[in-house]
Design a protein around this ligand. Structure first.
Ligand code: HEM
Length: 232
């Protein structure tokens, strides 16, 4: 099954089911959503790289090289022997997980997995036109969330991760375009807030790869620098 040209069947095996208390979940809305719809094991445990790659490609139309880097990186940085991942392992602070997330509290709160709904509403209020989030709006949100950090910045690698997450979120709701377009607020509210694929979900028609991600990250980093300079 591919997200490129068909509606994804979200019924039967892939209907949304709220996770139970014993299910493992992560600070990543994309992966939690995949588990909540059964594209990853619903208990979120002992997930292989192959399962991560296949699910990212099927639903979000991430290219094979990018999906592989994310999957193998996630398992190497956070997983357990023999090359498997429980979703909650992604919450290990300072590995991939970082402070100043868009819809999750900082590690000092003790919980970086549960969605913070007031942060989600603040994020949606960063929309310039009240309809969607452009990449510029995501940049605004990143600057706002980083205000309390020393130097108002994450360290270099986590800055890249954080920008990459915004770019991915933007791209999968904008048909695979890293830079142009807007992620609709009503869809973001369902995906980020309920970790559920929005009604009538059709994956991006264009595969999203390393080139798109690099272009998006460069663009959002430039927007962030620009916004920070204007604040100074
Ligand atoms: C195997 C693949 C992936 C891994 C291992 C992974 C891992 C993570 C981790 C550890 C975080 C937490 C970072 C933080 O502290 O905020 C995160 C956040 C995030 N991820 Fe993923 N991710 C993957 C794929 C994806 C994909 C495909 C998308 C988009 C379609 C995505 C979108 C996001 C977003 C938007 C956030 C930020 C949440 C926030 O700021 O509150 N991720 N991811």
């Amino acid at each position: 099954m591919s997200a490129t040209n068909e509606n994804i069947n979200l019924l039967d095996d892939h209907r949304f089911i709220q996770p139970t208390a014993s299910d493992s979940r992560s600070p990543c809305p994309a992966l939690n959503t995949l588990a909540n719809h059964g594209f990853l094991p619903r208990d979120g445990k002992n997930i292989s790289a192959l399962q991560l790659i296949r699910a990212q490609r099927t639903i979000y139309n991430i290219s094979l090289p990018l999906a592989s880097i994310l999957a193998v990186g996630g398992i190497l940085f956070c997983g357990h022997f023999p090359g498997k991942l429980d979703l909650q392992e992604l919450a290990k602070h300072g590995r991939i997980e970082h402070d100043a997330s868009l819809v999750h509290s900082d590690a000092s709160s003790g919980d970086t997995i549960t969605v913070d709904h007031s942060l989600l509403e603040e994020l949606l209020r960063d929309s310039t036109d009240g309809r969607g989030l452009s990449l510029q709006d995501f940049a605004k949100a990143r600057v706002r969330r980083q205000q309390h950090l020393p130097g108002r910045k994450l360290d270099g690698i986590h800055e890249k991760f954080a920008c990459g997450e915004s770019v991915l979120a933007h791209a999968v709701f904008c048909g695979g375009d890293a830079v142009h377009g807007e992620a609709p607020l009503d869809q973001l509210r369902v995906w980020l807030g309920r970790e559920r694929l929005p009604e009538g979900w059709v994956g991006p028609q264009e595969s999203f790869g390393i080139l798109g991600a690099s272009k998006g990250i460069q663009a959002i980093q430039a927007m962030i620098v620009d916004l920070q300079n204007k604040r100074d």
